[in-house]
Design a protein around this ligand. Structure first.
Ligand code: HEM
Length: 413
């Protein structure tokens, strides 16, 4: 339901009334409105349009619903093109806090299934962003896109300790929905899935709760399921130079992708019960940071630089050679930096009554090879005893759009 067609829908009006001014600095995303409830970030509305897609440097919202899709066996190039344009239109409506389609959840009359499934009515936009990605398999011989595959977009290499499960890995397309309310994120994926019916189907999906990263200095640093502050040394929305250098695809990318990025997702199970039996001192040495403040073990405060050369009186490294932050740090990886945007997940429990939980790790980078550089370094990570990488995927993330354009339109122009 667009405001031009129907006047401002009741639901959009409610969403806008509650909207607050939580900016996405550096991304050029304005917010549509500011009003009542200015101290409640829950109901802010992000702009769908911009040079880059929202959902990358946008301050990380509280909840995630992520879905990977395969095109159906009968889908044609034209189906793919129309799917992307139908998704763009519906995503723009939902991000604005509007109902999907001309007639929304209730205006289509009693004799048709509603265009919008309705479970997000009255919730407002809840900072929703929807971000689309294209997997390497989309560029095989099915859709005439093989010539447009970016050189950098290929399946990731295998890594030490990989225990990847095929059925929760890969995919032709992905949609990342982030919002401050889980129902709004699920509603977005559900409605886009419904629109894709007959053209694409979900291959795997992941619900994430509790961000494990900040992407803005204005956010506090959250904690992961091991109880440590996570996201301290992340690339932040305010760091334009670092974003240009490490996140946004530039001239090396085909024209259709410039201003976009690459997303790597890794579903990482965390052996929570084993971790919980570990001494605090050991836990801190595994990460190389202290648990309460998140400061490097070499001293100072959370955001101070680590001194990786510092030794204690026994002449041992204060931040051990196997510490996660040492091995993941740019100094150890030819300067490589990643923009992390992960979420905690819990998928119930296993037959031993242990928590099936972990980190749904997501990073955005200019080249997936940068993720591989860091992940290879982590082969020596003391953390490996407590984690298992069980799912993996990589996607090219097209740039943002202007009103009237469709996601990845450059592929078909
Ligand atoms: C379950 C798995 C993981 C957990 C629990 C975890 C947790 C953490 C924590 C607590 C920090 C320190 C605070 C911070 O700067 O954010 C950190 C830093 C970092 N992690 Fe991880 N991490 C995991 C997996 C990974 C993976 C797979 C990668 C990339 C391949 C990665 C890359 C990084 C980077 C680049 C840093 C910043 C290092 C620095 O510059 O100081 N992490 N992680």
């Amino acid at each position: 339901v667009t405001s031009e067609d129907h006047g401002l829908s009741r639901r959009a009006a409610l969403g806008l009334l509650g909207a607050t001014a939580v900016g996405a600095a550096g991304a050029g995303y304005g917010l549509r409105a500011a009003g009542a409830g200015a101290d409640s970030p829950e109901s802010s509305v992000h702009s769908f349009y911009g040079r880059h897609q929202a959902g990358i440097v946008t301050p990380v919202q509280k909840h995630l619903y992520f879905a990977s899709f395969d095109l159906t066996s009968s889908a044609t190039r034209d189906d793919l093109k129309t799917l992307l344009s139908d998704w763009t239109e519906a995503a723009a409506e939902m991000v604005a806090g509007e109902e999907v389609g001309e007639t929304g959840a209730t205006d289509g009359g009693p004799h048709l299934p509603p265009e919008d499934t309705g479970e997000a009515l009255d919730l407002g936009a809840q900072s929703l962003t929807v971000t689309v990605g294209l997997g390497p398999s989309l560029f095989d011989d099915r859709f005439g896109l093989a010539d447009q595959r970016p050189e950098q977009l290929k399946p990731l290499p295998s890594f030490a300790f990989d225990l990847l499960e095929e059925e929760i890995s890969g995919g032709d397309l992905c949609l990342q929905a982030c919002a401050d309310d889980p129902q709004v994120a699920v509603h977005a994926i559900r409605n886009l899935t419904r629109i894709g019916f007959g053209r694409a189907q979900i291959r795997w999906a992941q619900l994430g709760y509790g961000r494990t990263s900040s992407t803005s200095r204005k956010q506090t640093t959250p904690r992961n399921l091991f109880g440590f502050k996570d996201g301290t040394a992340n690339i932040m929305a305010e760091q334009d130079d670092a974003l240009d250098e490490w996140v946004w695809a530039g001239d090396e990318a085909p024209a259709w992708l410039r201003g976009g990025s690459y997303l790597v997702t890794r579903k990482i199970a965390m052996l929570i019960e084993s971790w919980d039996r570990q001494r605090l001192e050991e836990q801190e040495q595994i990460f190389g940071r202290d648990k309460l403040e998140g400061a490097p073990l070499s001293g100072g405060e959370e955001f101070d630089d680590a001194d990786f050369a510092m030794k204690n009186t026994d002449a041992d490294l204060v931040i051990p050679s196997t510490a996660h932050v040492r091995l993941a740090h740019p100094d150890h990886n030819d300067g490589v930096r990643l923009l992390r945007r992960g979420y905690n997940y819990v998928d119930g429990n296993n037959e031993l009554g242990q928590i099936n939980g972990g980190l749904f790790f997501m990073t955005y980078q200019r080249d997936p090879a940068n993720f591989a550089t860091v992940q290879r370094s982590l082969a020596d990570d003391a953390l490996n005893e407590y984690i298992r990488h069980i799912g993996s995927a990589v996607f090219a993330i097209p740039p943002g759009v202007k009103p009237g354009q469709s996601w990845a339109h450059g592929l078909f122009d």
